[in-house]
Design a protein around this ligand. Structure first.
Ligand code: ADP
Length: 304
């Protein structure tokens, strides 16, 4: 049985904003589990419920045998939470923030220093600096130290890399890998699809619905279409014209390219598509098959 078990969880705000719709899954002990989806998908709502800050409208969630609606104090002792918004005291120094969180959990810095040492080493030169004056990446590292200082069994992180520069993002995921190696289960959300591959398993979430749960590798292997990339001068013109393309396909901008997935075999779809491009007078280059990413899988699942 999983370390977290979620059954038919629903959350409605007011009368008609359904932020979570009938969510059920388990998180296994020791894994890095990712909740991946765009803004407004329901990720923060999920985190606030699992960390006992918000009550669900219906359904249940059990963490290590404890019920999120009844055993809130016990749950708070065994979890660490890094919320999406800056959660520290900006007027306290780096060191004072850490002491504050350790004291709040009746823990002490000395006992749990081995767990946070690799991160703390980078923060130590700034320990007398006010937390509010740190860079974005450093703030995240301090927040992570504060969330870990009571040695939780499960660490929840809501979009820890949003707004963080790409180098610090990579570094942050390396830190999470290290935390996992210390035996802590990690539940993390991200709107960045490229980060999904750093998780052991992911749940893709859209409009409050889980549209797929599996390992990133299995999700990619399950892509059904035959995927191509193409560069055209007039992306929006082609997106408009594709409505007349006779075969089943999905197509969407992907950076400066368009991605197109066909659901007929390549020998049928490709010549027809080239003909279509010519008829519609689209200049193109670099039409070639590619392997899908998690983002392609998300779009395929979300549009089917
Ligand atoms: P995410 O973290 O994936 O961006 P959220 O959980 O913040 O998603 O939001 C899910 C949906 O619930 C969105 O439509 C959002 O506008 C709505 N929502 C979130 N919090 C509230 C709230 N306190 N009151 C009303 N609607 C909310």
């Amino acid at each position: 049985m999983g370390i977290i078990r979620i059954d038919n969880l629903n959350k409605t705000y007011g009368k008609d904003i359904q932020a979570l719709c009938d969510i059920s899954f388990e998180v296994e002990e020791g894994e890095v589990f990712g909740l991946v989806g765009p803004d407004g998908a329901g990720k923060s709502t999920f985190f606030n419920i699992l960390t006992t800050l918000l009550l669900p409208t219906s359904g249940s969630a059990v963490i290590m045998g404890l019920d999120i609606t009844k055993d809130t104090l016990e749950i708070r002792q065994i979890i660490g939470y890094l919320p999406g918004t800056f959660s520290l005291y900006p007027d306290l120094t780096v060191e004072e923030n850490l002491i504050f969180f350790a004291t709040m959990y009746k823990s002490n810095i000395r006992d749990n220093m081995p767990l946070i040492r690799p991160i703390w080493k980078q923060l130590a030169p700034f320990k007398k600096r006010r937390a509010g004056k740190l860079s974005g990446g450093m703030k995240q590292k301090l927040a992570l130290c504060c969330a870990l200082i009571h040695k939780p069994k499960i660490l929840f992180l809501d979009e820890p890399t949003t707004g963080v520069d790409p180098v610090s993002r990579t570094e942050f995921w390396d830190i999470l890998k290290n935390i996992k190696q210390q035996g802590i289960t990690v539940v993390v959300s991200t709107p960045y699809m490229d980060e999904a591959t750093r998780c052991d398993r992911i749940a893709l979430i859209q409009n409050g619905h889980i549209i797929k749960i599996d390992t990133p590798q299995q999700i990619i292997a399950g892509f059904k279409g035959r995927l191509f990339t193409i560069k055209v001068a007039d992306i929006f013109g082609l997106l408009r014209d594709m409505k007349q393309f006779p075969l089943k396909s999905i197509f969407y901008p992907y950076g400066e390219y368009l991605h197109i997935a066909f659901y007929d075999d390549e020998a049928t779809a490709l010549p027809l598509f080239k003909e279509f491009l010519q008829e519609q007078q689209h200049n193109y280059e670099g039409l070639e098959p590619i392997s899908p990413t998690i983002e392609d899988c998300f779009i395929e699942l979300a549009t089917s």
